[in-house]
Write a protein that binds this ligand. Structure first.
Ligand SMILES: [Zn+2]
Ligand SMILES: [Zn+2]
Length: 215
């Protein structure tokens, strides 16, 4: 877990980010901050028609910077557990799968999450948290941790939403889950900023060191 790696950044290819959040400006900003890794993870839908332009722009800029620039998408986890992303792009690019809708039923949520974790095209589960109307018990967090580790999925620590919840971190890391950081930046000054989650990072680091010692 490296504070100079940001695995969740948006751009002005969506309709709700700041206008100056161009691919070029994000990379410039990342250079100023000495980031070593930067993943663009634009909101995608099956119907998105800007994808080729977006990928081309990232590809062009990648050749002009020493930062490791990753091209990817943030795809919504649907109620049936599938992700809202065209297959071709899901298979070939970095995919963060996140809930962006409440399903109001714990069974639906858990089932959709498990399917997303088992989906080989998904790399990361984004801003994970139960919905406000239900709790996930410690035992269930452990089971999810085992499934995440089995399918080699990363859980991001998300700076925008300050997630996962603090009490998820230890059981996930104990289960062998890897974590990385995502700012979820929707404006330039949010790129690479993790000051809101230093408490979560600290717990994750301490637990990670402890786990590695025991292995
Ligand atoms: Zn999201
Ligand atoms: Zn996002």
């Amino acid at each position: 877990m490296n504070l100079f790696e940001d695995y969740h950044v948006h751009s002005n290819y969506n309709d709700h980010s700041a206008n100056d959040l161009t691919i070029q400006n994000v990379v410039k900003r990342a250079q100023t901050l000495n980031l070593v890794t930067l993943a663009f993870t634009e909101h995608v839908r099956l119907s998105s028609n800007w994808i080729e332009r977006y990928l081309q722009e990232i590809n062009t800029i990648r050749q002009k910077t020493s930062i490791k620039v990753i091209a990817g998408f943030e795809a919504k986890i649907l109620a049936d557990g599938s992700i809202d992303c065209p297959d071709y792009y899901a298979k070939n690019y970095f995919i963060v799968a996140s809930f962006h809708t409440n399903y109001y039923k714990k069974g639906i949520w858990l089932n959709a999450l498990r399917k997303a974790i088992e989906n080989p095209t998904v790399d990361v589960i984004g801003h994970i948290a139960p919905e406000p109307t239900f709790n996930i018990e410690e035992r269930e967090i452990e089971q999810l941790g085992a499934l995440l580790a089995k399918h080699n999925k990363v859980v991001e620590i998300n700076a925008k939403y300050r997630l996962p919840p603090l009490n998820w971190i230890n059981p996930l890391i104990d289960g062998g889950v890897k974590m990385h950081l995502g700012s979820d930046a929707h404006s330039l000054n949010e790129v690479g900023q993790f000051s809101s989650i230093l408490d979560l990072v600290s717990v994750a680091r301490t637990k990670g060191v402890q786990r590695d010692r025991e292995m």
